[in-house]
Design a protein around this ligand. Structure first.
Ligand code: AHG
Ligand code: MN
Ligand code: MN
Length: 346
């Protein structure tokens, strides 16, 4: 007897999902679809490299080809940076790129056509964790170019506010490799099946659970925080007002901390520190970290703030601008804003 071909649920590869999303854009040329697919491919390559990270030196020596400065044993962040660039520099889909690892914008080489999108990325997030086999990731933002024509993209093309994002996402190299992205129609998570090398839809339409589970911050810096942030932390610990009494979790890789809180509910924050002259400066980068994750948080029903205003409304002025970041469940982030407004100077 023939088997029934009726399945109760379909298997959605990332390719199929991205293609199906294209239906939201009847005018789509397919460029964004293929751009996202190229990023997924970069992620697979970086993931397979991270799995062998501790072996690179041994394998390099064994083959006698390369030494510690050579290609094979190159540092993971350099490898991730070059992989993202090289997979996207020749496709004709991008006008320009920018990476956390480079001071200036990354032009598309002269010999290749220029496209209508702009790609910004943090190639390896959590770099201080690389040597310790702790989860790391790649974060990306995609904008439409603002400059006219099909010439090289400009710095202005890169300095767009989060409100203008077309798509954003991250790859997480953890116990399994995941890709999470949004084009403004919900947040979708895919898990890499390493046996077939495909990202399969495992977390459709992610929404941050209403009841938060954790708060995440590097408490080692508490002495440097403003009074508002210190009191807000007491609130989270259940020691101020109608506080929550939440347990803490902090990996030290933003992608991993954000991803856990996205699925469990909670808040991550990296506040500004009171620097010389009393001015507050954050550590995290607006373009490569805060903006893309803010868009994902919002799409998942959450919220991201610099303590005063929505991260998506911050107008960028520099490629490597840093911001304080509070991100996660909307009510917790809004409570942080209330504390900051009440106890801190503007
Ligand atoms: P990157 O590795 O891309 O430079 O980013 C590091 C960031 C972020 O991943 C993490 O949340 C934060 O730095 C950790 O900083 P602390 O060690 O100061 O807590
Ligand atoms: Mn980072
Ligand atoms: Mn980085």
């Amino acid at each position: 007897m023939a088997h029934s071909l009726k399945f109760t649920s379909k298997i959605t590869t990332i390719e199929r999902h991205i293609l199906e999303e294209q239906r939201f854009y009847p005018e789509a040329t397919g460029d964004l679809t293929y751009l996202l697919y190229d990023i997924a491919l970069a992620g697979k390559i970086i993931a397979s490299h991270t799995n062998r990270a501790g072996l690179a030196e041994i394998l390099g020596q064994a083959s006698g080809e390369v030494n510690i400065q050579g290609e094979v044993v190159q540092k993971m962040d350099v490898f991730a940076d070059q992989t993202m660039y090289r997979l996207n520099d020749h496709t004709g889909r991008l006008a320009v790129m920018a990476s956390e690892e480079h001071e200036d914008i990354l032009p598309i080489p002269d010999e290749f056509p220029k496209g209508k999108y702009v790609l910004l990325f943090d190639p390896l997030d959590g770099s201080s964790n690389i040597d310790f086999n702790v989860s790391i990731g790649t974060i990306f933002s995609i904008f439409r170019r603002k400059s006219e024509g099909d010439g090289p993209g400009t710095l202005e093309d890169c300095l767009q506010p989060g409100r203008d994002l077309v798509a954003a996402g991250y790859l997480l190299y953890g116990a399994s490799t995941m890709l999470v992205y949004t084009t403004g129609h919900g947040v979708h998570g895919f898990t890499l099946d390493p046996s077939v090398g495909e990202f399969l839809l495992s977390h459709p339409y992610i929404q941050i659970p209403a009841k938060p589970k954790y708060y995440s911050v590097n408490q080692g810096y508490e002495r440097k925080w403003s009074p508002g942030v210190q009191r807000f932390t007491k609130y989270l610990q259940g020691m101020d007002g109608d506080g929550k009494g939440l347990p803490a979790r902090y990996v030290g890789s933003l992608v991993a901390d954000f991803h856990r809180n996205l699925l469990s509910g909670g808040i991550y924050y990296y506040p500004g520190e009171v620097a010389d002259g009393g001015k507050l400066t954050g550590k995290l980068r607006l373009m490569y970290e805060a903006i893309p994750l803010a868009f994902i948080a919002e799409q998942a029903g959450g919220y991201a703030s610099n303590g005063w205003i929505n991260i998506l409304d911050v107008q960028p002025t520099e490629l490597h601008q840093r911001v304080p970041l509070f991100i996660g469940n909307r009510d917790l982030v809004e409570t942080a804003e209330v504390y900051i407004r009440k106890y801190d100077e503007g």
